[in-house]
Design a protein around this ligand. Structure first.
Ligand code: BG6
Length: 494
């Protein structure tokens, strides 16, 4: 492993994301030697912080994240924090970019950074265009190293605003320089989908419409909106989780086999997969998508969404979505994909189930015990549990010849899980490496908006009957009905 030379310029350096994810991730890369002497970080934001204060913040961030005790005051943490510089910054003020460039050039020489720069926009997207434009016009972009722009969602609120945003940043950065973060793509178990599908004869040969009955994806959260009502009231679950995380997972599950596991092959197959998802008419959208908003829990201890801090008392924002997607991909055409996500559900769990078809013939049907055969189901546990379960049928172990289902189970141990790099660490590492495999391409983002825009616009025309689910359950009854009408049920049913 080679230590990298790079300057990080973090816009939104005083923010929550930087504190909770970026500083700890950078530290872990430092601990592992992937960052060593030749790196520096400039944090910018409006607040007037000193470098000393910034160092304290960075060390606190490391400590708060710490699995190991005493990381804060370790010599390593001090040394790490000394690479951080703070520059107070107003994103609209041209002069401030000049100051930023001067500091960047100084650090480039001091730390031997070879002109490599990573601009991390950890702030509201309405500033992305302004920042990108100034980085170019004020010549922060170097010509002797790489320049990469990492941006966080939301990439717009519909296709049109996403396009505007993309045009604005594309005026300064090429697609190859843009790294759109979808942190689900940094999760080990999501990255493992390709290995599972294309690294196993048994699974690969069954992954098609002849054998798969339906696919189910659940991203359940137990937490409510927390302190993020300001953002959430402008988003809702469809934009917050379906447009990005869920559709990225759908593309990985339904894409055709890439020729090789490379960024460009993968991107082409994923774009194809998303283009194969049917765009619904407004009527179809209403039939195939369900929205929900949480009420109080059964014990009346948790607030309903409309009484959370910062939400509108008549809020029409959905905290739950369930939907049925249809694909026209050659190998999976006709296999329904059921997706759901929501806040304040029964448990935090992300899981994917591949439900296989019933056997065409059941030779045990007439045996003494009148055996019904359960469907084979392959479940991928993404988080917090990481593992796999395969449900198969075996003899029941009684005198008569009965057949019963059992689970083949594999779950990563806590020790193994602790070794898996956290999503942000993985993605920052990839960005340093210039590896775009696990970042979202513009074509993917645009197509995902086309898919959800119809649903959004249809919903926006009608008032919802909210709240419509009890906190701590798995969402509104209509989400169960969505499968029941197809004579199916959700596999995950806590
Ligand atoms: C984020 C959403 O993208 O993902 C949040 O904005 C959500 O609303 C979060 O809570 C869930 O991520 P994870 O990794 O905890 O499943």
């Amino acid at each position: 492993k080679m230590a990298q030379s790079a300057l990080f310029i973090i816009f939104g350096g005083t923010g929550d994301l930087a504190y909770r994810k970026l500083y700890p991730s950078l530290f872990r890369l430092y601990e592992k030697g992937y960052l060593k002497d030749d790196f520096a970080v400039i944090g910018t934001a409006r607040r007037p912080w000193t470098d000393e204060h910034y160092h304290e913040v960075v060390m606190n961030a490391i400590a708060d994240d710490g699995h190991e005790s005493d990381r804060t005051n370790s010599e390593l943490a001090h040394k790490f924090a000394s690479h951080f510089y703070y520059q107070s910054h107003n994103v609209n003020d041209t002069e401030h970019y000049v100051a930023l460039r001067n500091l960047a050039d100084k650090l480039d020489a001091k730390y031997n950074l070879k002109g490599n720069r990573i601009y991390y926009l950890a702030m509201a997207p309405r500033f992305f265009g302004t920042i990108a434009g100034h980085l170019k016009s004020e010549k922060l972009i170097t010509d002797h190293g790489y320049n990469r722009l990492i941006i966080e969602k939301p990439f717009g609120r519909d296709l049109q605003t996403a396009k505007d945003l993309n045009d604005a940043i594309s005026a300064a950065f090429s697609e190859e320089q843009i790294y759109r973060i979808d942190h689900y793509l940094g999760k080990e178990a999501i990255q493992s989908i390709a290995a599972l599908r294309f690294g196993n004869e048994v699974i690969g040969s069954l992954w098609n419409k002849a054998h798969i009955d339906n696919i189910q994806i659940t991203l359940a959260e137990s937490l409510g909106v927390e302190e993020r009502a300001g953002y959430y009231e402008t988003a809702g679950a469809l934009r917050d989780m379906v447009q990005n995380h869920i559709l990225q997972i759908v593309s990985l599950l339904t894409m055709e086999e890439p020729k090789a596991y490379t960024a460009s092959e993968l991107r082409d197959r994923k774009v194809e997969a998303l283009r194969n998802i049917k765009i619904y008419s407004p009527e179809e959208a209403l039939q195939n998508f369900v929205r929900g908003q949480y009420g109080e829990d059964a014990d009346h201890e948790q607030l309903d969404y409309r009484h959370e801090e910062g939400t509108d008392e008549n809020s029409q924002i959905e905290t739950f979505v369930a939907g049925k997607l249809e694909t026209e991909s050659p190998s999976l055409a006709g296999v329904p994909i059921y997706v759901r996500t929501g806040k304040r559900l029964a448990q935090k769990s992300t899981q994917i189930s591949i439900v296989f078809k019933d056997l065409k013939q059941n030779i045990f049907a007439n045996s003494e015990s009148d055996t019904k055969l359960a469907q084979n189901v392959l479940t991928l546990f993404i988080e917090p549990d990481q593992g796999y379960r395969f449900d198969i049928n075996v003899k029941s172990g009684e005198q008569s010849y009965g057949v019963m289902p059992i689970h083949l189970d594999y779950h990563k141990s806590a020790a193994k899980k602790a070794k898996v790099p956290e999503a942000y660490e993985k993605l920052i590492h990839d960005a340093l490496d210039g590896n775009r495999t696990n970042f979202a391409h513009w074509h993917e983002v645009a197509q995902a908006w086309r898919i959800v825009d119809v649903v959004r616009k249809t919903w926006d025309k009608q008032d919802a009957d909210f709240p419509n689910y009890v906190s701590g359950t798995m969402g509104p009854e209509a989400a169960e009905e969505l499968l029941r009408r197809d004579h199916r049920t959700w596999v995950y049913n806590p």
